[in-house]
Design a protein. Structure first.
Length: 425
């Protein structure tokens, strides 16, 4: 099994997550990315020349996230059908950063950023992998290796955009292999890293020994870069070449899309409008994904707001915070350290009600399970979503307006109080 097999089984079936794990795992380091697509990077190499180790396919979460095997290793058991969408956890807490600059910069209270800062300042982690922006194209998402706690504030935001990610860790593995690493990533990133840690390869052994903390936000789905481009051009109405800064959840909670141009002007797009626009720029893999959270991170965080889509239209009715799912011993230690050092406020919270981001994902998954198309495996073998499918556009219906131009309904709100979660943190 070579890169040729990866091309046949994953790329040709549109199951690539663009997670970047193949780039990290490739022994000779000849896999890179052309946009969101893995490619062989050396002109002297062809698919026929590619070794035969199969590491790129073994690490790939695109068709098989290998959740049951990872749960056996992490928890000594597999999730039940009742735990299908939340995974196994020891407790769930309401949390937010106690550092004003992190709290203000965050989308959902900064719990993940507070834990990453704790990892560096208290737990002696050397480097954090987080999603930032491309320095040459500030509107484009790009992985960032952060080596100072203060540098994490710039990444304390939701990023509704796909970008090759885990391959950035190759620099650490090759140039400073003794460094310890914490990372934040969505479900496919965490699944890929757990698969890598189970592999008896040089990269797998490095990942087992040196990737010491994994944090994840809940994810309804990510968006191709073209989705962000469309919002910039068609909603903010500015040339993409003029963009010097982009934030997806800027300002008063739940925030707007903020596009700053080189003339110093800030251009705002309502968050609900961008969510609707992004719906047209998804990949098959994201739309058919069977995971809201991987359940394999040490800590997972979802937005604590009952419905951020509705809040974007009508205004928020509660304070900014996240729901913190503590899963492993490493996660519990990180939360305790963050709380004990005054970086994170946590309090017990009852896990009840639904979540709009989760409901969108469940309904999309059910649609694809009945479609007969090639889709990734879910976390519970053989389980299918037996629900009455609600079309995605109904979950994020555009607000009606009165003659005065104000909202006349509550888009995305359901009778059972569903919530929305589409981003990183």
């Amino acid at each position: 099994m070579t890169f040729q097999q990866l091309s046949k089984d994953i790329l040709a079936t549109e199951l690539c997550t663009a997670c970047g794990a193949c780039e990290l795992a490739c022994p000779p380091g000849v896999i890179g990315f052309d946009g969101l697509e893995p490619v062989l990077t050396l002109a002297s190499w062809t698919e026929a020349d590619c070794g035969g180790c199969g590491d790129c396919l073994d690490v790939c979460p695109g068709a098989d996230p290998a959740t049951p095997a990872a749960e056996d290793r992490l928890f000594g058991r597999r999730r039940t059908v009742e735990e299908r969408w939340t995974g196994i956890f020891s407790e769930v807490l309401a949390g937010h950063s106690l550092e004003p600059e992190v709290f203000e910069a965050s989308a959902s209270g900064g719990s993940l950023t507070a834990l990453m800062r704790t990892a560096m300042s208290v737990l002696d982690v050397d480097v954090v992998l987080s999603m930032g922006r491309d320095p040459d194209e500030p509107w484009r998402a790009a992985p960032r290796l952060v080596r100072e706690p203060s540098g994490l504030t710039d990444t304390a935001q939701s990023t509704y955009q796909l970008a090759p990610y885990l391959g950035a860790l190759r620099e650490v593995m090759e140039k400073s292999p003794e460094d310890t690493v914490a990372l934040t990533g969505v479900a496919c990133h965490i699944q890929a890293m757990r698969k890598l840690q189970a592999m008896d390869t040089e990269a797998g052994r490095w990942a087992r020994d040196h990737v010491v903390l994994m944090l994840e936000p809940a994810c309804s789905s990510s968006t191709r870069p073209e989705g962000t481009l469309a919002v910039i051009r068609e909603r903010a109405r500015v040339p993409v070449e003029s963009v010097v800064r982009l934030r997806y959840r800027e300002g008063d909670y739940p925030g707007d899309i903020s596009v700053r141009t080189d003339d110093g002007e800030d251009h705002r797009v309502p968050f609900w409008q961008a969510v609707r626009d992004f719906a047209g720029s998804k990949t098959h893999r994201c739309l058919s994904c069977g995971d809201w959270m991987s359940g394999l991170a040490d800590v997972s965080v979802s937005d604590g707001d009952p419905n951020i889509f509705a809040a974007s239209v009508e205004g928020a009715d509660q304070h900014k915070h996240g729901r913190v799912f503590v899963r492993t011993g490493a996660g519990a230690a990180a939360v305790a350290a963050a709380s004990g050092h005054g970086l994170l406020a946590v309090s017990p919270v009852e896990l009840k009600g639904l979540n709009l981001g989760l409901e969108r994902k469940r309904n999309r998954r059910a649609t694809y399970e009945r479609s007969g198309t090639c889709i990734p495996l879910g976390p519970v073998p053989g389980h299918r979503e037996e629900i009455e499918i609600v079309p995605d556009e109904r979950w994020i219906a555009a607000p009606e307006t009165t003659a005065e131009g104000t909202s006349a309904d509550t888009p995305g709100r359901t009778a059972d109080g569903a919530e929305e979660r589409e981003g990183r943190r």
